[in-house]
Ligand binder design. Structure first.
Ligand SMILES: *[C@@H]1O[C@H](CO)[C@@H](O)[C@H](O)[C@H]1NC(C)=O
Ligand SMILES: *[C@@H]1O[C@H](CO)[C@@H](O)[C@H](O)[C@H]1NC(C)=O
Ligand SMILES: *[C@@H]1O[C@H](CO)[C@@H](O)[C@H](O)[C@H]1NC(C)=O
Ligand SMILES: *[C@@H]1O[C@H](CO)[C@@H](O)[C@H](O)[C@H]1NC(C)=O
Ligand SMILES: *[C@@H]1O[C@H](CO)[C@@H](O)[C@H](O)[C@H]1NC(C)=O
Length: 503
């Protein structure tokens, strides 16, 4: 049998202009989900209301298919099936998130919901029994509604309440969970929630705060992350011996042309969208990227504000935030082309005008390698976990050949980046199964497994990509044809669908 496999492998090699890349031994492969997107059970057995429960219930028209996550994939009941699927894929780890209001229904740590604790203990224990490592995200966007009612992340007190929640999680699960992510995708939490109100581009809670709320949210989020890091480092790491980091998303920003304006625009785009979060944590100086701070200071002045809309971090805050990541999580889906889009300062301001670039999604997987190398150069080669990468289905529901091409191309670029010396130890596919894709509802399918949302049993069926992933986790090598690397289809392209303004 082994010989036959080898024989077929050799025949394949002879018959194409192929390159073979082996996965390095230190690279672990995993799949990801998040609580709101899969669990359902939105008010089951003591769970509190989250901002996504509230948002989808009171503003259904802001979800393009008017759907909610009330049932989603019903993983609240079907978690055992999910873990069977993870096991079938042969991956090393499963990335999932804890629902804060399932554990702390009011958001505060004075009341713990025993059923929430039971639910996550069941999942963690079953994973460990199957030798699948849990990689746990503390916050994947489902804030307890009572914390939104006191202002949400723009209110600095949330840094402390987040830390309280994290402490409960470390106490309950840290004996078995050794890898923690504080926040998933800060820009989604702080920009999309505060800049795009009343459109399907918005994320809950969907307020309009015009170039102000996003920076206040951002500061609380960085402080919450840093305080939680220090808490883990001092009180839990000595016994639990785990690692804690943050997952920041970024496309690659390619200048549209060789013009100096486009190159400067691309640099501004990555510094203000990505450096905003990573510079305070991983740069040697700390604080926001200087070009970002200077630009928003100057714009605020021109707009007649009495102070900068980006309140600078104090020296003390810089010290607290600096160095607070054992690993840097990266969510990456696509590349973009950038041109300069600077407009005269006007009121009200907006984050988009602060950045001042025009972005068009496109390009190929090669941007992944460029982004990884940019991070290596910029932040002194940090340890990186790729915590999300994937694509929406195109074509038939089960024969997802475009996903196979996409994953192969992106993994090839990842392996080349590792050859370049980028320090990557994990690669995570989004997603284990089709799920509730926020304001896109169930209209886009990101899963390796298909889920039948019209069936009360939410039947899961393997797509063709499941065999592709199994093959990689088993043989730990990728064979690819050299001309096949270009691929323009990815999730972010879908966000360029026309945005529907709601009356
Ligand atoms: C598994 O991958 C190998 C390359 O490592 C390839 O030759 C083979 O065709 C693949 N098998 C399947 C069933 O996809
Ligand atoms: C969503 O609801 C709105 C009004 O409530 C309706 O006009 C629209 O057709 C619905 N869309 C879908 C996809 O059901
Ligand atoms: C959003 O819509 C609500 C009512 O549907 C309205 O009160 C509010 O002013 C709108 N906000 C923006 C920024 O358009
Ligand atoms: C700032 O105030 C000056 C003086 O009143 C005014 O001319 C200018 O238009 C204002 N700038 C903006 C961006 O509103
Ligand atoms: C899937 O689609 C590809 C290309 O369209 C085709 O070659 C292949 O036979 C299909 N596989 C199945 C199982 O239908």
């Amino acid at each position: 049998m082994k010989f036959l496999t080898l024989f077929i492998f050799l025949i394949t090699l002879f018959n194409c202009d192929c390159e073979v890349l082996n996965l390095p031994a230190h690279l672990k492969i995993g799949v990801a989900t998040s609580s709101y997107q899969i669990e359902g059970g939105w008010d089951a057995n003591g769970k509190g209301e989250s901002i996504w429960d509230r948002y989808t219930h009171i503003k259904p028209s802001l979800i393009i298919d008017n759907s909610t996550g009330d049932v989603a994939c019903d993983s609240y009941n079907k978690w055992r099936t999910d873990i069977e699927m993870v096991k079938h894929l042969g991956v090393d780890f499963y990335r999932f998130s804890l629902s804060w209001p399932r554990i702390l229904p009011s958001g505060f740590s004075n009341t713990i919901n025993p059923d929430g604790v039971r639910y996550y203990n069941d999942i963690i224990n079953e994973l460990i029994k199957n030798r699948i490592e849990p990689l746990v995200t503390l916050y994947h966007w489902d804030l307890p509604q009572p914390l939104q009612d006191i202002g949400g992340f723009p209110n600095p007190i949330l840094a402390d309440y987040f830390q309280d929640y994290a402490k409960v999680a470390f106490e309950l699960f840290g004996d078995r969970v050794k890898r923690w992510i504080t926040f998933n995708e800060p820009p989604s939490i702080c920009v999309e929630s505060f800049e795009d109100a009343n459109t399907t581009a918005a994320k809950a809670p969907g307020f309009q705060s015009h170039g102000i709320g996003c920076y206040l949210c951002g500061k609380t989020l960085l402080m919450a992350h840093a305080k939680t890091y220090h808490l883990y480092d001092k009180m839990f790491r000595p016994q639990q011996e785990g690692k804690i980091g943050i997952s920041v998303n970024s496309p690659w920003y390619e200048p549209q042309t060789d013009s100096i304006d486009d190159k400067i625009a691309a640099e501004r785009a990555i510094q203000m969208n990505y450096g905003w979060w990573v510079h305070p944590i991983l740069s040697t100086t700390g604080g926001y990227p200087p070009l970002m701070q200077e630009r928003i200071d100057a714009l605020s002045k021109a707009q007649n504000f009495s102070r900068s809309r980006l309140p600078p971090l104090s020296e003390k805050e810089k010290r607290i935030i600096k160095g607070t990541a054992d690993f840097l999580g990266l969510n990456h889906y696509s590349s973009t082309y950038v041109t300069s889009g600077i407009t005269p300062p006007k009121n009200p301001p907006s984050f988009k005008e602060d950045v001042g670039v025009n972005i068009r999604y496109g390009g190929s997987a090669t941007g992944f390698r460029k982004l990884l190398n940019w991070i290596k150069e910029m932040y002194k080669n940090p340890l990186i976990y790729v915590t999300e990468n994937g694509v929406a289905d195109k074509g038939s529901a089960l024969n997802d050949t475009n996903r196979i091409t996409f994953l192969r191309n992106y993994m090839v670029q990842l392996l080349k980046a590792i050859e370049d010396g980028v320090n990557v130890e994990r690669y995570t596919i989004w997603s284990l199964m089709d799920n509730m894709e926020w304001s896109l509802g169930y209209t886009i399918k990101m899963g390796l497994y298909h889920v039948d949302f019209s069936d009360p049993g939410r039947t899961r069926t393997a797509k063709s990509s499941v065999e592709f992933v199994r093959n990689i986790t088993k043989n730990r090598r990728i064979v690819y044809e050299n001309e096949n690397v270009e691929n323009e289809n990815n999730r972010d392209n879908l966000f360029t669908f026309p945005i529907h303004l709601v009356q």
